[in-house]
Ligand binder design. Structure first.
Ligand SMILES: [Zn+2]
Length: 67
C-alpha cells in the first residue's frame, strides 16, 4: 500500500497523498498533487492514458524509497 494515489488532471497523471474515497476521486475533486499544485481530478478512460507528470513520478519514487 503506497501513501499516494494517481490522479489524472490537466492533461497529465499526477500523484497525490490526499485521502481518496473508495473507487477513486470523484470528478472535480480538488487534490494537492506531489508536484505541489492544486488541481481538479478528472475521470474516464482517456485521462488514464495521459502521460505521467515527471515531478510527481520522481516524488512518488522517493516516497516508496525507490530511485
Ligand atoms: Zn504532478
Amino acid at each position: 500500500m503506497h501513501p499516494f494515489h494517481w490522479v489524472p488532471a490537466r492533461g497529465e497523471r499526477h500523484a497525490s497523498t490526499d485521502p481518496r474515497p473508495y473507487g477513486g476521486y470523484p470528478e472535480g475533486t480538488r487534490v494537492t498533487t506531489l508536484c505541489q499544485q492544486l488541481m481538479r481530478a478528472e475521470v474516464g478512460d482517456i485521462p488514464w492514458l495521459w502521460t505521467t507528470c515527471r515531478a510527481c513520478n520522481a516524488e512518488a519514487h522517493r516516497l516508496v524509497g525507490a530511485r
